[in-house]
Design a protein around this ligand. Structure first.
Ligand code: SF4
Ligand code: SF4
Length: 392
């Protein structure tokens, strides 16, 4: 059986010419873009447009990568569309396009920007977590001939990483995304849902922007890191495995990748990949900080209600930063946020620790905090893992 190709390419700058050259080289193992995309094809590029932030905050796919990919598609004779639905589209979509640089990338390549929010949706029915679900995705991804997924290399407080598979969640328009957090509040169930959904969505090529990425309290307010790497594969699962390989994460500790393995969707380990371009050993980075799973992942449900107050991980307001915009309150699927004179306050009894509020806060005024007991549990789990590694 032939192995899935994972292409890696070092690139340390967002200078357009360097990114153009790196993306071209990255796609050579697949025969180049003109082998994948045909003249006359309609192509949808799906970057990560999580927040209305400047590209150097590393919360969104960098416009230089979008521009490089869009240029190769137009060179191949394709008609290119760029679209995403961020969770916090309370303002004008144009503001997001301008601030993230997506508008410039589109203008420089003749691509058309799409706003998923107002257009027709397509229902998708599929089983997940033992239930039959109906989900509404943008019709644009089904109207085109080819979908290119362009995720950013980032961590996530709930699912640990927000890589290639999770980036497809943005094909669901509007606030429905927050409601799915409420339907599946436990991280493992939510991760299963993301994978079950991604399997239903068209995705022909994934290119991850890891030139700069985010670690720590991602996907919006974490630390900017500079892995200097681009990853490409035809399967988003392959790219997520490559992400783990680059940052030194065990894929078995990522619930989304565990579910992919259970479903036999995509390769299960790095050994099953044919890695081309930059050798993985040269792409590896040290000290990439990944959030731990919140208690709902490892405390049984019957114990959770009892233990919630003692072993708690949730949002907390950073003093003096809140501008009282109310976005966190609007997105919260559990109705757990009030906006008072001193800014946002969080009702711990209602909070389901989904961290949607952190994602949408425009000024990074919310951080994840844990109770003392949970901090201790995390330390002990970390120590146990280190000991196990040492003994091996
Ligand atoms: S307060 Fe924040 S973390 Fe808690 S449920 Fe609401 S959006 Fe999610
Ligand atoms: S915490 Fe952030 S999102 Fe919530 S009201 Fe304050 S500034 Fe707005």
């Amino acid at each position: 059986m032939s192995k899935d190709i994972l292409s890696l390419q070092k690139c340390h700058s967002y200078e357009q010419k360097q990114v153009d050259a790196a993306v071209r080289q990255l796609l050579e193992p697949f025969g180049g873009m003109s082998k994948l995309v045909k003249s006359g094809h309609k192509v949808l590029i799906k970057p990560n447009m999580l927040s209305c932030k400047d590209p150097d905050k590393a919360a969104t796919t960098h416009p230089a990568v979008i521009e490089a990919v869009a240029r190769l598609c137009t060179e191949a004779g394709a008609q290119v569309f760029i679209g995403d639905s961020p969770p916090s589209i309370f303002g004008r979509t144009e503001d997001f396009w301008n601030r993230t640089g997506f508008a410039t990338a589109a203008a420089n390549t003749g691509a058309r920007l799409l706003c998923f929010e107002n257009d027709d949706k397509q229902p998708l029915s599929f089983p997940s977590n033992g239930r039959q679900l109906t989900v509404y995705a943008t019709r644009h991804c089904f109207d085109v001939d080819f979908v290119i997924n362009l995720p950013k290399m980032k961590t996530h407080n709930l699912t640990r990483i927000t890589g290639a598979t999770k980036n497809l969640f943005g094909l669901l328009p509007g606030l429905a995304k927050a409601q799915w957090h409420k339907t599946f509040p436990r991280p493992v169930e939510f991760s299963n849902f993301i994978v079950d959904l991604a399997k239903q969505l068209p995705c022909h090529l994934t290119i991850m922007d890891g030139i700069e990425g985010m670690d720590g309290q991602g996907p919006s307010g974490g630390r900017v890191v500079k892995p200097g790497i681009l990853l490409a594969a035809t399967s988003p699962v392959t790219v997520d495995l490559g992400f783990c390989g680059v940052v030194g994460l065990n894929p078995a500790e990522i619930p989304m990748l565990n579910h992919c393995r259970e479903l036999a969707w995509g390769p299960a380990t790095l050994d099953q990949l044919q890695i081309v371009g930059t050798p993985l050993a040269d792409a590896r980075i040290a000290d990439y900080r990944v959030p731990r799973l919140v208690p709902a992942s490892f405390i049984p449900e019957w114990l959770l209600n009892f233990a919630r107050k003692l072993a708690w991980a949730g949002p907390a307001l950073l003093p003096n930063l809140c501008i009282k915009c109310g976005r966190c309150q609007k997105i919260c699927p559990a109705d757990a946020i009030e906006i008072g004179e001193n800014g946002a306050t969080f009702n711990k009894d209602r909070c389901i620790s989904c961290f949607c509020c952190m994602e949408v806060c425009p000024v990074d005024a919310i951080e994840m905090r844990t109770s003392l007991l949970l901090g201790l549990i995390f330390k002990m789990r970390g120590l146990k893992r280190k000991l196990k590694k040492h003994n091996n």
